[in-house]
Design a protein around this ligand. Sequence first.
Ligand code: TRP
Length: 356
Amino acid sequence: MPDVTAGAAASNPHIARYQARGLKGRILSGVQPTGNLHLGNYLGAIRNFARLQSDYECLYCVVDMHAITVWQDPAQLGSQTREIASAFLAAGVDGRKHIIFNQSMVPEHAQLAWIFNCVARLGWMNRMTQFKEKAGKDRENVSLGLYAYPALMAADILIYKATHVPVGEDQKQHLELTRDIAIKFNNDYAAPDFFPVTEPLIFGAATRVMSLRDGTKKMSKSDPSDFSRINLTDDADAIAGKIRRAKTDPHPMPETASEAEKRPDADNLLGIYAALADMEKDAVIFEFAGKQFSEFKSALTELAVDKLGPVGAEMQRLMKDPGHVDTVLKDGAQRARAIAAPILEEVYRTVGFLKP
Ligand code: TRP
């Protein structure tokens, strides 16, 4: 469960509407369909999506329009989109009670994004560290979409007036920008409280899962070694093999948290164990203190197979049933549009566009 619900003021009219219905707010989150999902995506995002369902009204979006900010093979994009939707379902998101959809089926995202392109300042965009990292030295040659990406993300959130967004470390700055855009829009158009100033929901242990081959690097789908990550669709044998080969150091298991911190490979495996077992990392350190890595690794394997096996199997099953997944997405998109269209309509009137 979330550790922190950053100061959601009771005076916030957007949140108050949900509180009146016994809910804490409305959530929107998005995942890009750009390749295989791994343990980091699961523990850092998707698993939490399921856990938020009882307290929030939730919209979970496969952000295919974000994906094409770098070229995606058109022959793959559809199945990648279904794979993410399958992961949401396999992780336990209820697509009937809540909304699972893909971004490009709800054109209001793009329409609001244009308006936000006109609200956001170049100076704000220039500060985005993710853009700087992704563009690297080849800045002149990346797409304009990659640069504008955070304004589209703000539109994803605010087209539903979402009050909360679950975020990992790497998306915090984009959520800050979303807040700045909401505040500036509300000011520029003298529409106080029109858009909510969206609150981040920050999760505890293991929002950062590191590579199994190098505990100082993030687990990543683009690492050339498949042994660096556990894919959500890995079977029990693959999971066991990867944990067995995971990098460790020559010492027994750390005895204290401060010792673990100095040993990144051990620390990463302990963090993964804690997240999978829903335990505090300190308790895991205490349990395995001074033991051999081999003993810890067999416990971790058993735990990982137990927790991830059913999710992977359900994903595999759903991916063999694209018709079903497409129905979920289409139905979700219809219900998402029913929320988004009237909000876009209000935005258009607010900025002064003529009614057709
Ligand atoms: N930028 C996010 C990522 O790369 C994906 C995303 C797009 C998103 N729109 C969003 C996340 C809205 C949360 C809310 O992971």
